[in-house]
Structures are given as structure tokens and as C-alpha cells.
Ligand binder design. Structure first.
Ligand code: HEC
Ligand code: HEC
Length: 389
């Protein structure tokens, strides 16, 4: 392992290391000479890019792929992986991660009776620790509620930044005014006194991909970032390396790369199964949350999500709470490219698309019952449609 000037300690013995460290995967995946896939292809740009933009995109891809090393300041001193690509790689760089790359969170909810409380140090339970870490108990002995989070695909998310706030709010129904049992909450995040619409992360806690670049660089990789005073990422840490450990230009290129990654292309199957499945998807109400089309500033896009929070969790569910995002509430995940990003659900607990559908409870109970009542042939059609997205 070229980058190990010291051994990294895995703190969560149950999870494998495969894919997180370059040393355990086949060398670097990309560098400046790696061909750029065609516009619109998996791992390729969203739009044709001019010379300067292409240079930023390629540099951003390099930062996304870069294995941070011990003397780059990886770890703060605990961390979850040493590169973005380590967790976001399927089916192309920027994609999703397997179950072994899940990130876990903890808190205290008094055995489920509440109230929910964050414990000192926050919710993240890091997987790795620098040997020079002062070391904290991991997780604290008082933690009694835990939650796994799956690494989602970033492909196409730049288009979500181009959807006007009003377009997302138009689907919100926080009081279920139409009485269909399906709500839909927009999450606003207060940034320096201004409420901004949360668009990214399983609980929609992050307004922009630039914010996420800062947040993930610090919280996942343990790299300090230039302070842009928006509350995402850390400007300083405890590892003794000069801060910030990455430049503003690198963070901006990283964000530019993510914002300009093509959305997963449709499979384009012409089988009547797919067309029938698409009709069923709407007939039984999947589209109440997985809204097929949103208008963006570059025209209609087809993410199959409303980017609002819903609870499709069973009543017994215990999990993380955040401001304006109670336990069990998650942002409807986009379904474009869904056949290639398993396993599914926030915790990766559903191995197949069928498992994911059957796991829907709460606001999706009626829709789940409608799905259950479909004939075997109709279920096959619906799955054929999902597999074509
Ligand atoms: C250890 C695995 C891991 C590493 C390393 C990692 N991520 Fe992630 N990423 C995740 C997980 C898990 C989530 C879901 C987080 C949540 O909402 O709880 C996520 C979510 C995201 C999202 C939001 C996706 C969405 O659908 O809204 C973006 C953007 C992102 N990561 C970018 C990055 C960048 C940039 C880096 C490198 C600086 C990075 N990630 C490193 C696991 C990882
Ligand atoms: C009430 C809103 C709602 C309805 C109705 C609904 N879903 Fe979902 N769906 C969600 C939410 C929220 C999640 C994420 C839940 C979680 O991670 O725990 C989800 C997750 C999924 C996933 C997994 C996505 C991933 O990236 O892991 C699939 C696949 C899916 N839904 C398909 C469907 C299908 C097919 C239907 C119709 C039978 C449907 N959903 C109906 C809100 C809904």
C-alpha cells in the first residue's frame, strides 16, 4: 500500500475493508489521462464542456478519485474512507457503494421511549482510526439506537440543483390536504439565518453539492476544508497537519465534477413489459412520491423522486432524528439507474428491488398493498420497468 506510512486501524470489526483503500483495489481508477466517457454516458459529463470547464471536471474527478494519505491529513483523527471513489463507484465513478461501505450512526432514545438525544461527538460512528488518535469510546456505552446508511449514487444530482425550489414545493403536502395518506415534507436548513431547501443526503439535510463536498471531505475522509462559513465540514482538526488540508480550488473542482455528472441513461428496452410496468407504476401510486418528471432550468428531467421527506418506515422503527427530519423520515430516493445501485433503502437492508418495494410501510402502506395484490405477471412488468430506468 503505497500510501500507508502507518497502519490504519479498523474500528468496526464487522465491516470489510474491500474497496475503501486503494491498496485493496486495483491501483488508481482514474487520473488526468483517463479518457472522459461520452456526454450522457455513465461516469461521463452531463453537458458538452468547454476547454476550461473540461479541465475543472477532469481535475474534480481526480480529487474524487484521490486516495488521501496519512500525511495529507486523512482522519480527524477518525474517518470512514480515504477517497470519495472508495464508497461511490458503482456502476461508474460517482456511483453507489456496496453494503460493506455503509456508514453507521448512533444516538440515545431511551430504549425507544424518547426523547431522542444526540450524544457528545455527534451521530457518526467512524470506521477507521489513526493510531495517533486520542481515542474515544466508539460508540459511547450509553448509545442505544443505531442506524446504517448506504452510499447513494451521485450520478445526475447536478440536475437536482437546477430544479427551482417552487417546483419541489409544489409536490409538498405537509398536512395531507388531499387526504390520500401521503404527505411530503420539504426540509429547510438554516444557514446563517436563511432557510435553504435541503436537497441532498438521505434526510435532505444538505442544500448543495458544494456543501456536500465540504461535509463529506471532513466527515468521511477527515480532511479539513477552507472555511466558507456555511457550516459544512471542518476548518481545523486534531491531526497536527496544517489546515486546510485541501485547497478551495480543489473543493470547487470536486463540486463542479459532481454537478456535471450525467444522469443514468435509460435502458431503452422496447418490450411491452416495460410499457405495461410504467403504467402500473402510476396506477398503484408509486408516482405519488417517486414523481417521474420535474421541470428544471434545462428542461424536463426524469429522476422518479419528489425530493421530499416521507416516512415509509414501520411504526416500530427507531432511528436518527435531525431538526425537521424525525426518525424514519427519508427523502424519496431517485429511481434513475436503480437497477445498478443495490442493495436498497437507507440502510441497504433490501437486497433486491422486490425486497425494497415490500419494505415500504407507513405512508406507502396503501401503495404496498396495491403492489401485493398485483398478479405475478404484473409484478414482473413493474420490475421490468424499474430495471429499465
Ligand atoms: C465511507 C463511505 C463514504 C465516503 C468515503 C464518501 N461517501 Fe459520500 N456518501 C456516503 C453515504 C453513506 C452517504 C449517505 C449519507 C447520509 O445521507 O446519511 C453519502 C452521500 C453523499 C452525497 C449525497 C447523495 C444524495 O443522494 O443526496 C454526496 C454528494 C456525496 N456523498 C459525496 C461524497 C464526496 C464528495 C466524498 C469525498 C469527499 C464522499 N462522498 C465520500 C458514503 C461515503
Ligand atoms: C409515500 C411515498 C412513497 C411511495 C408511495 C413509494 N415510495 Fe419508494 N421510497 C420512498 C422512500 C421515502 C424511500 C426510502 C426509504 C428508506 O430508505 O428507508 C423509498 C425507497 C424506494 C426504493 C429503494 C431506492 C434506493 O435507492 O434504495 C425503491 C426501489 C422504491 N422505493 C420503489 C417504489 C415503488 C416501485 C413504489 C410503488 C410500489 C414505491 N416505491 C412507492 C417513498 C415512497
Amino acid at each position: 500500500m503505497k500510501h500507508s506510512t502507518f497502519a490504519i486501524v479498523a474500528v468496526t470489526a464487522a465491516v470489510g475493508l474491500v474497496g475503501v483503500f486503494a491498496g485493496s483495489s486495483p491501483a488508481e481508477f482514474v487520473d488526468a489521462n483517463t479518457p472522459v466517457p461520452p456526454v450522457g454516458a455513465e461516469g461521463g459529463p452531463l453537458f458538452p464542456l468547454s476547454g476550461g470547464q473540461l479541465a475543472s471536471w477532469i481535475n474534480g474527478r481526480r480529487v474524487f478519485d484521490r486516495d488521501f494519505e496519512s500525511d495529507d491529513g486523512v482522519g480527524f483523527p477518525d474517518f470512514n474512507g480515504d477517497s470519495c471513489r472508495g464508497c461511490h463507484q458503482d456502476p461508474a465513478i460517482g456511483g453507489a457503494g456496496g453494503l460493506d461501505l455503509n456508514v453507521s450512526r448512533f444516538a440515545f432514545d431511551n430504549g425507544g421511549a424518547g426523547p431522542f438525544m444526540n450524544l457528545p461527538g455527534g451521530q457518526l460512528n467512524h470506521r477507521f482510526r489513526r493510531p495517533d488518535s486520542p481515542g474515544r469510546e466508539d460508540p459511547p456505552a450509553t448509545a442505544d439506537v443505531f442506524e446504517q446508511r448506504q452510499a447513494p449514487s451521485i450520478l445526475g444530482l447536478g440536475l437536482i440543483e437546477l430544479v427551482p425550489e417552487s417546483e419541489i414545493l409544489a409536490n409538498a403536502d405537509p398536512n395531507d390536504a388531499n387526504g390520500d395518506g401521503v404527505f411530503g415534507h420539504a426540509r429547510f436548513v438554516n444557514i446563517n439565518g436563511v432557510d435553504e431547501l435541503g436537497r441532498f443526503g438521505w434526510k435532505a439535510g444538505v442544500p448543495s453539492l458544494l456543501d456536500f463536498a465540504n461535509d463529506a471531505m471532513s466527515n468521511e475522509v477527515g480532511i479539513t476544508v477552507p472555511d466558507v462559513s456555511r457550516g459544512f465540514g471542518f476548518a481545523t482538526d486534531a491531526d497536527g497537519f496544517p489546515d486546510p488540508e485541501i485547497t478551495l480550488g480543489e473543493i470547487q473542482d470536486l463540486s463542479f465534477f459532481m454537478s456535471n455528472l450525467a444522469a443514468p441513461p435509460r435502458g431503452g428496452a422496447t418490450s411491452p413489459l416495460v410499457a405495461n410496468g410504467e403504467a402500473l407504476f402510476s396506477q398503484i401510486g408509486c408516482d405519488l412520491c417517486h414523481v417521474p418528471m420535474l421541470n428544471s432550468t434545462v428542461g424536463p428531467i426524469f429522476p422518479y423522486s419528489n425530493f421530499l421527506l416521507h416516512s415509509v418506515a414501520p411504526p416500530s422503527f427507531r432511528g436518527m432524528e435531525e431538526p425537521s427530519a424525525p426518525a424514519g423520515f427519508y427523502r424519496t430516493p431517485p429511481l434513475w439507474g436503480i437497477s445498478k445501485t443495490g442493495p436498497y433503502m437507507h440502510d441497504g437492508s433490501a437486497e433486491t428491488l422486490m425486497d425494497a418495494i415490500f419494505a415500504h410501510r407507513g405512508e406507502a402502506s396503501v401503495v404496498n398493498a396495491m403492489f401485493t395484490n398485483l398478479s405475478a405477471g404484473e409484478k414482473t412488468e413493474l420490475l421490468a420497468f424499474l430495471n429499465d430506468l
